[in-house]
Write a new protein. Sequence first.
Length: 292
Amino acid sequence: MPFFSIITPVYNRAKLLPETINTVLNQEFTDFEYILVDDKSTDSSLQVLKEYAAKDPRIKIVSLEENQGRCIARNKGAEAASANWICYLDSDDFYFSNHLSTLKKMIEENPDFKAFATEQTWDKQPKKYNKKRFYKDKVVFQFEDFIDANPISPNQLCYHKSVGVHWVNERLPISEDWLFHRQLALKTPILKYNILTTDVRIHDQRSLDTASTDTFVQWNMHATKRFIELEPNLPVKYKNTIESFINLLVANIYLSQKRKKDAMKYFVESLSYLQSYKNPLLYKAIIKFLKP
């Protein structure tokens, strides 16, 4: 049984796949299986996967019969995983050669933890966080850290499959990782080392960059509501804080585009939560409303 199972959902990434796959195959730590889930690609992605699988026995291919989105693709990959430790890599991003060796060391040094994360750059540029403590050499993420931030990406993450967390079983193109990380952090703390091991490739086909403001708002609101639905035992204080935050966030997004009418309903909704009155986003929104 391999030590790590790495899962990559794939949809129409034929041109980008070789570089991504090679960064996995070139890892310093080699005891892993690499599960690539083809989400019914319409380009030559599946052929690229088959060519690599023919050369390296660590590669497994899972082919979906219909396109279902990356959440379901990741779940299918996790179902096929034989290792106890699960990692992810998006089909257009990179692992540096130290990624798995760093995680292996973290696991050995911290046997009481079941989830870990490393550091990541965006197009080789340092990742920006909204809380100073996230920059420390080591930080333990708790659920509270994911209420008004999503400080890690799936690429940075490794967790023990006994935690029993799954991606939402639906097509969710935006904010699915935030929902997943909130569910994971409810079950177990996540220990992060500030050691650079992954990079996000910036290109013109990234789903987050091609989404309109309305699409971004729609799916972030949906992901927030789904999280609350999926966690019926979530304490009321957390539920209210999350709903307060997402409404203030959306209001500010629309206000930044001078769409005051669209912002108003979210702003008004935020006022029903006591948590909003302690949030600087409330007062930022008020200032934006007052500007001509």
